[in-house]
Every structure is written in C-alpha cells, then in structure tokens.
Design a protein around this ligand. Structure first.
Ligand code: 9WN
Length: 424
C-alpha cells in the first residue's frame, strides 16, 4: 500500500471519531447507539490520544460525569435525549444528572488512563488530568469489590449480559434460560430498524434483558438487593480479566498518585483475583471459562473472552502456549481470527453479534496479551489480521470470521480507535 492510501485511511478513522463526537464524548455510531457507552469510550480515548490528547482526556472525563457517588460507572450515559435507542432513561428511571443506566460494563478505563499518561506529549496536561482521575478510578475499583464481590471470592459477579459487553454470547444461554421472558416494561426495540435483525439478539433475548432491568429497578438499584434478587449471576471471564488488568494499571498509577495504604489495598485485590482466575482454567477446552454463580458450575463453551486472561496477565506461560494452540485450531475452521465463539461449537453463528463475529477491540486485547506472554508471532498476526479486516471491511461494528466481511453498524468509533492504535 502506498503512503498516500495509508494516510487516507488514518484520516478516515480520525474523521469517524470527529463525526461521532457529540461534544466531549463519542457515540459508538450515529443512530444505532446515540449515547456514550462505558467500555467503548475507554478504547475511543486511546484512539483520540494518537492525534488529539486534550480530546482524549475529555472522553474519559465525560464518561465520569455519569459516575455514581458509590463509584459505579454506568454502561450508558444519556448526555442528550434521543429516540433512536431502547431502553432509554425512562426505562432505567435513575435520578442522576446526566441520566444513566444502572448497570456497568467491562472496566477498561484505568488501563486507558494509564496509556494516555504514559504516551503523553503534553505532560503538564496529563499530570493534571490524572490527579483528578485517579481517585475516581480507585472509587470505581472499590465499587467492583464491594458491590459485586462482597464475599471476597476474588471474582466479581456480572448481573446482566449487557454488563459483559458480549450481550448474546452462547456463554449466557444456560444462565439466561432461568430468566423469565415476562416484562413490566413494554419492549420497543429500535436496533432492528437500524441493522439487519438476523445479526442482532433475538426477541426472546430482549425479553430477558428487559426482565432483568425490571428486577433491578424494583430493587431500587441498591447493589446488595440487586445481587440478591438477580436471576442471572455469572463470573464473566472477560470482565474479571479486564478488571484484573485495570487493577494492575491502577497500581502503577498509585505509585505516582496514591498512598502506600492504597497500593496495599490494590495489591491485595490483585492477588485475590489472580488466584481466583486460575481456577477458571479449562484444560479440556484449552482456554479459560466463565462460572455460573447460581448453578455453581463452569460454563463450558469456548469464547474469545476466554483468552483475555492473557491481557489480564493472569495466565501462566504454559497456559499461554495452550491458548495459542486453541486459536490455531479455531483457525482451521474459519478464515479469520478471533471469532467470538469457538467455531466448532454448535452455537457458533458467524453473523449474529457475539455468537461468532470478530470484534476489533477484543482482538486488540488478545494481541496485547499474546505479546506480553512472549508470543510475538501470533500477536503480530492478530494485529495484522485486524488491520486488514478493517481496511477491507470498513470501520464496521464487527466482522464475519468466515469471509472477513464488515457487518453490523457502520462508522464505529471503537473500530476507528483500534485502527488508529494499530497503525500509530
Ligand atoms: C447494550 C455499544 C455497545 C457495546 C456492546 C455491544 C452493544 C448494547 C446493545 O453495543 O451493546 O449495551 O444495545 O446492543 O454488545 O459491547 O458496548 O457499542
């Protein structure tokens, strides 16, 4: 490729972030997702940082405008009204300014903040922003433990598939089967008006998603009551690995911005999570799995989240080598890595959202983990794969692992951000 077209592609990715900018925050994409989403924004901040550092810090600060007093960072911040998305603020009924949802998403934020700080060219700005951010991140990590692991097992619970960011993953099928399909809220989906319904969660999935929201609203959004009342409760391997990584990054930040007592507190959480994640290793599947906390049983379906302990620095060298082999085995069945579900599993669907498609953000985290584990070859292959998928398939929401086609929504902020990070 000529330098000229590389520049054009970079410019297109930057232009997508600018076009999705609603004033200090990006929507994931116009219409389909008209608000600020939690983990999208962490990646988006890292993307902005490749060419506009002040705007990158703003992305994080905007998300934190939605943070609750107890530390929760909601999965959606409704900065401005829009009828394009269901469920909106009227369904969540949360009294916060700006309005927010009442559940969370995988905590990539401390990792993003550390990367912004360490790569900063404007050191004065970075130091000032981090001084404000650090206590907010600490508060959030304390929330995770207090609200979602009060028994101190070392694994945080996820109470809604939306919290995992991997909404309709086959990993949730058995646990979601316990959730009734009845709802108090009238379901008025908007997503299927924007993208092909065959690529979205099914009607029944949405009935259960909204049933859970009804339960939590009935529990007054109190963490202890939500934990007790939720008919869906899993230790998601993705969320736990991402949180462990975020705790490690918070510890590094605490060296500069925190106290000795805070460092000891974070280190204790890291040790607990590290040990607990080890117990989720599945030698038969050759990756890590989730744990169903209601059935108290491992969820024996391979998903791309099962590789994320590499990113969390939780896997041993031996496990990292086995996981590389698992990815190679998956590659025998699909043309492109890394599908979100094991392509040999009967639930694999190459086009349906988190049941098969490739997501650029997940590939970026897996490649980071492989590189850290010393597998530079496979890390480079996955980075290169992701870059080529985006160059051929556009800044799509996700990609079909059988033919590399870009599918779902177009002009996605986090796909643009990953492209900028891969080509920086
Ligand atoms: C619910 C915004 C979000 C992503 C999630 C993805 C999807 C929302 C939805 O879109 O979830 O949060 O309505 O489908 O699954 O990972 O953060 O891009």
């Amino acid at each position: 490729m000529s330098d000229h077209s590389d520049q054009t592609r970079t410019e297109r990715a930057r232009a997508t972030l600018r076009a999705n900018d609603r004033g200090g925050y990006c929507v994931p994409t116009a219409r389909l997702y008209p608000f600020q989403w939690n983990w999208d924004s962490a990646f988006v901040a890292m993307g902005w940082a490749t060419f506009d550092e002040p705007r990158a810090w703003d992305e994080i600060l905007s998300l934190l405008r939605g943070q609750w007093d107890d530390g929760l960072i909601p999965h959606i911040v409704f900065h401005a009204p829009s009828d394009d998305y269901f469920p909106g603020p009227d369904v969540w009924q949360i009294h916060h300014t700006p309005p927010t949802s009442g559940i969370t998403q995988p905590p990539v934020l401390a990792t993003a903040a550390r990367q912004l700080l360490e790569r900063a060219k404007d050191h004065a700005l970075a130091e000032a922003r981090m001084a404000t951010l650090y206590p907010r991140l600490l508060l959030n990590h304390r929330w995770w433990q207090q609200a979602r692991d009060p028994a101190r097992t070392g694994l945080v619970a996820t109470l809604h598939p939306w919290e995992t960011g991997m909404d309709n993953s086959p990993a949730w099928d058995a646990a979601m089967a316990r959730v009734p399909t009845t709802t108090e809220t009238v379901i008025r989906r908007r997503d299927t008006a924007h993208v092909d319904p065959a690529m979205r969660p099914r009607a029944e999935d949405y009935q259960r998603f909204i049933h859970l929201v009804d339960v939590f609203r009935g529990a007054g959004w109190a963490p202890d009551r939500m934990l007790a009342a939720s008919p869906f409760k899993v230790a998601d391997i993705g969320t736990n690995a991402i949180l462990l990584r975020a705790e490690r990054d918070l510890l590094a930040l605490a060296e500069r911005f925190g106290s000795a007592a805070e460092r000891a507190e974070i280190a204790a959480r890291i040790a607990g999570m590290q040990a607990a994640i080890q117990r989720l290793w599945d030698p038969g599947l050759g990756l890590f799995t989730c744990l169903d906390l209601i059935g108290n049983a491992p969820v024996r379906v391979g998903t791309s989240a099962g590789f994320l302990p590499l990113y969390g620095r939780a896997a041993t060298a031996e496990q990292a080598a086995v996981m590389a082999g698992t990815m190679q085995a998956w590659a025998q069945r699909v043309a492109w890595l890394v599908p979100s579900t094991d392509p040999a599993h009967p639930s694999f669907e190459p086009l349906r959202y988190w049941r098969g498609p490739i997501w650029a953000v997940v590939n970026w985290m897996i490649a980071d983990g492989l590189a850290q584990a010393g597998n530079a070859g496979l890390a480079a292959h996955i980075r290169d794969t992701t870059r080529r998928l985006i160059e051929a398939g556009g800044l799509s929401e996700y990609f079909d692992p059988t033919d590399g086609r870009g599918v779902g929504g177009a002009d996605f902020s986090w796909t643009a951000a990953i492209y900028l990070l891969l080509t920086d």
